[in-house]
Design a binder for this molecule. Structure first.
Ligand code: BG6
Ligand code: GLC
Ligand code: GLC
Length: 924
């Protein structure tokens, strides 16, 4: 194996003249020395092997396959861009774990102006050993105590202090301010911290100390701080290398390569955590007996094997172990080992750096060894220098191999042949050990020859970098607060929902008594749900939902057969003249008859007409007012059946026998009731929303008779039109209402149904954009467009199976360009709006089923509700939320929701069938 000696070792500065065979020592000692130092020599092939193996481990971890024992960890840090340069403000930074058992507090001012720097104030505190190995609470209390001492000393006011927490241990981050410690490294071992969110532990400790009002806004690894603090000349610094007590690197990876993030755009900073690399095949050959001894005696045997060959915490210890070995074998100090030399940790990184100093090193060796109770001879001192050099050279070479692996990774992910890149460096080893630095640079050149690397020392360590991340996090936290404030009125409490239920109930009672009420409670003249004996062929029309349909319904022994065709009603027809609308309807019927070979047959027809009608009988319905975007003239106040018959008459040569007019809620209830006799309520949550149910006839004022039941069309969409929902209505609801064709009307419907939810969301998004929370504050033409945000997007966006990137794709199709954060916010807005809708709907259902229960004087009611409507059927969570709300508000009712499969046309046909049967009986 040919070992490599970086040329800087041979030329330039004076380097210790290390023993060659046969020199200085008697031959057996010299062999021992040789053999000992030889162990620290690494060949180029070995370094390349480590580089390749590390790269493999990095790529595996990116794909989500972390090897818990030997691999690197590749931890996302939630930092998505290098500094913009406009970050500003005052920040407190607390640094823990970067530099041995010390803790640092800094006061950092970011000016927001490139190149304009304010010197940070800082203070270091030594963490007592009993705290380093004590409980987590002790450690965090100590940190909070130091923090307050610093703030007191620097007379910093108590006004909304924002803190960045530099915590340099491997952590699973789930946000900029959420970070769970995976395991302690670098000599720390406080109990009860692993597996915990360290931000929360710090917040708790700050709270316990009281005194200052501090908001911990970000937690940052030291490598990330170093990268963020770097101010390179040309391009941004997208990689940083840290060698201090421990060692690690971070770099900007293409987000699409990071499996756990589920993100396909942009870059994200990954903390490599290469300290944990310990792949046997690669590291095995370079591990010495001293490395094994050091590992055995460490706090975390078996872990952080790579770090234990490079990190400053271990370099002194490795030197000490070699010296002990050589002394015990009588090669050093005349065979004498002092108690100090035998104690763990007696040679520190600082000592090693001093002893290796080319000009003053030898003198230092003497004093340092004397302090350890040893009396070195001149030859001893030279050999000690050689040991230091061997240990540190190897560390620098290994570090270079690791950095070369990261550079290769970067090159691959950027798909660049030649990578020109600036590496930010930090940590005491790199700052104070010039030889380490030069070996590193040279080896990197050798191992990553295709990269043009410049090393840029990060000036004020992590302080400024951490403050940068904190500034970004503070902005995001502010956005979150604004988002929460915006959405708060949509989050209804149990009390609010119970109040809606009570109000609904009162409005129902008043409506039934014909007293002023926003609920019209319209009698439908449907007195019974189907009994299964209905038979015959019927035509049905279904007008008022998303689709206009003409149907042929065959009710026979074996079940119901349906043939239907969808026709469109152009907006100009829906909002044109009544005559146009009804002529169009008849045209569609004629077309259907022709296609189905029904010409000339006068089948009984049931008309599902889903608008509020005052019925005077089964085949007479006076349209009270249009809803849901219909506004055909000369219809309100008219009998719809009459208007249809008139249109039939105008169309001559068509025979149609209109028997019944039915609201879609009623059609749905009847349709589901055909399968389940317990179905006594119909519910629609589609373009509009409404409900009907079977009421005791005695409770229905204005309809003759005291026994039996009658189905009541509640027209609950208008609930609250008397202002009673004012407390719940948000400014967004008002905007949607004001822009609609029926302002002030259908206020409940406008908070629930498909025609309006997308618009509510759009108005919220507009508002969040103007607050700067969304789309970087840039208003887009697209979002200003009415109805651009369809309610079906809510269903799609909220679908659990959908990744955020798909959410973004949906929104991008609308012409919006958004970040991952934007996509998350849009998702939250959709969730808040649809959740409120489902809960309000649930409160309504609860009021109805409770009324049915009370009507019948039952302790418990078992009832089914037939439901239809696109929103209810397509939204991934709506149905569940409605049911949950009903369970909460009407605990004494067991409610089953049945989704109508065939639309309400089938129900209209069934109503018609019953009417025909009754008419026939009357004739007989
Ligand atoms: C349909 C019914 O399935 O649902 C219609 O047949 C009803 O009568 C409609 O109006 C309601 O849902 P949407 O989403 O179409 O308005
Ligand atoms: C250790 C830590 C890592 C840190 C490094 C340098 O390896 O696990 O998070 O970046 O030391 O301080
Ligand atoms: C509207 C109509 C109502 C219908 C509901 C569902 O609220 O006024 O009659 O039932 O929409 O389509």
């Amino acid at each position: 194996m040919d070992s490599i000696e970086p040329s800087s070792l041979q030329s330039g500065e004076r380097t210790p003249s290390c023993p060659q065979k046969g020199l200085l020592q008697p031959s057996d000692s010299s062999e021992l020395v040789q053999e000992c130092l030889q162990q620290f020599k690494v060949t180029k092939a070995q370094l390349q092997q480590i580089q390749a193996s590390l790269l493999g481990s990095m790529e595996q971890a990116l794909m989500g396959e972390v090897s818990p024992t030997s691999g690197v960890q590749m931890l996302p840090t939630y930092v998505e861009s290098t500094p913009h340069g406009n970050e500003q403000g005052n920040f407190v930074v607390l640094e823990l774990g970067a530099s041995g058992a010390s803790l640092r507090v800094l006061w950092v001012t970011l000016t927001g102006i490139k190149g304009q720097k304010v010197e940070p104030k800082s203070q270091d505190f030594v963490i007592p050993q009993e705290v380093v190995l004590g409980t987590g609470q002790q450690l965090f209390d100590f940190a909070a105590h130091c923090l307050f001492e610093f703030l007191d000393a620097h007379c910093v006011g108590n006004q909304g202090l924002q803190l960045g927490f530099s915590f340099s241990f491997p952590c699973h981050q789930t946000g900029l301010d959420r970070s769970t410690l995976i395991s302690w490294t670098k000599g720390f071992r406080c109990s009860g911290v692993e597996g915990q969110d360290v931000v929360q532990l710090l917040r708790d400790a700050i709270q316990r100390q009281g005194a200052y009002n501090i908001d911990v806004v970000a937690v940052v690894n030291d490598t990330v701080g170093t990268m963020m603090a770097c101010e390179p000349g040309a391009g941004p610094c997208e990689i940083s290398l840290l060698v201090d007590t421990g060692t690690n690197a971070c770099y900007m990876e293409e987000a699409r390569h990071v499996a756990v993030l589920d993100e396909d755009r942009g870059r994200t900073c990954i903390s490599v955590e290469w300290g944990s690399f310990s792949h046997d095949g690669a590291l095995g050959p370079v591990l010495t007996s001293f490395d094994h001894a050091l590992d055995h005696a460490s706090l975390n045997p078996g872990a952080q094997r790579f770090e234990k060959m490079i990190g400053g915490l271990y370099l002194g210890e490795l030197v000490r172990l070699v010296l002990v070995y050589l002394a015990q074998n009588r090669v050093l100090f005349g065979g004498y080992t002092s108690p100090a030399l035998l104690s763990q940790g007696s040679i520190l990184l600082e000592h090693v750096i001093e002893m290796e100093d080319p000009s003053t090193g030898l003198a230092y060796v003497h004093t340092i060894l004397q302090d350890l109770g040893l009396s070195p001879k001149a030859s001893d001192a030279e050999l000690v220098q050689c040991v230091c050099a061997a240990v540190c050279s190897r560390a620098a070479q290994l570090c270079a191999a690791a950095l070369a692996a990261v550079l290769s990774r970067l090159q691959r992910s950027r798909e660049q042949q030649k990578l020109q890149i600036a590496v930010a460096t930090g940590g005491r080893v790199l700052e104070r050990h010039p030889r380490f630095h030069s070996i590193l640079q040279e080896m990197v050149k050798l191992l990553a020859s295709e990269c043009d690397v410049s090393f840029i020392p990060s000036v004020d360590g992590g302080g400024r970098g951490v403050a940068m991340v904190t500034a970004v996090a503070a902005r995001l936290a502010n956005h979150r607060r604004l988002l929460e404030e915006t959405l708060a009125p949509f989050r209804l409490s149990h009390e609010q929902l119970a109040a809606v239920q009570t109000q609904m109930r009162e409005a129902m009672d008043k409506g039934l008594r014909r007293e002023p009420s926003s609920l019209r409670m319209l009698p439908t003249y449907v007195r019974a749900t189907p009994d299964g004996s209905e038979r015959g062929d019927f035509l049905a029309l279904d007008l008022g939902g998303t689709n206009f349909r003409v149907l042929l319904v065959r009710v026979a022994e074996g079940g119901v057969q349906i043939i239907n065709q969808v026709y469109s009603i152009p907006e100009c027809v829906a909002q044109g003249s009544g005559q146009q609308l009804f002529d169009h309807i008849v045209d569609c019927i004629v077309d259907f008859q022709e296609k189905q070979g029904l010409r000339g047959q006068s089948l009984p027809l049931g008309f599902t007409f889903s608008f509020p009608c005052k019925q005077l009988g089964l085949d007479q319905g006076i349209l009270l007012n249009w809803t849901k975007g219909f506004n055909a003239s000369d219809c309100e106040g008219q009998d719809v059946v009459f208007l249809l018959r008139e249109a039939i008459r105008r169309r001559q040569a068509v025979e149609l026998n209109v028997v019944a007019i039915v609201n879609d809620t009623v059609g749905t209830m009847m349709s589901c009731g055909y399968e389940d006799p317990q179905c006594e309520m119909g519910l629609i949550v589609g373009t509009g929303t409404n409900a009907c149910y079977m009421e005791e006839l005695r409770n229905v004022a204005g309809v003759a008779g005291d026994s039996g039941h009658m189905c009541i069309n509640m027209e609950w969409g208008a609930f609250g039109d008397d202002g009673s929902l004012g407390m719940l209505s948000t400014c967004f609801d008002s905007r949607v209402d004001q822009a609609s064709i029926n302002p002030g009307k259908q206020r409940f419907e406008k908070m629930i149904s498909g025609m309006y939810l997308g618009e509510i969301v759009r108005h919220i998004l507009l508002n969040l954009t103007s607050l700067g929370v969304l789309f970087r504050g840039q208003q887009t033409q697209c979002l200003q467009t009415r109805d651009i945000f369809k309610t079906k997007f809510l269903s799609e966006i909220e679908s659990d199976s959908l990744a955020l990137r798909q959410v973004r794709a949906i929104l991008e199709d609308l012409g919006l360009t958004l970040t991952l954060d934007d996509a998350l916010i849009v998702l939250e807005v959709c969730q808040a709006v649809s959740r409120r809708a489902a809960q309000l709907c649930g409160a309504g259902v609860a009021a109805v089923v409770e009324k049915i229960r009370e009507n019948r004087d039952l302790d418990e009611l078992t009832v089914s509700v037939g439901v239809d409507g696109t929103l209810y059927k397509m939204h991934p969570h709506f149905a569940r939320l409605v049911a949950a709300t009903v369970r909460e508000l009407a605990p004494r009712c067991v409610v089953t929701f049945l989704q109508s499969e065939d639309g309400s046309g089938k129900g209209a046909a069934l109503v018609t069938a019953v009417a025909c049967r009754l008419a026939q009986m009357a004739r007989v």
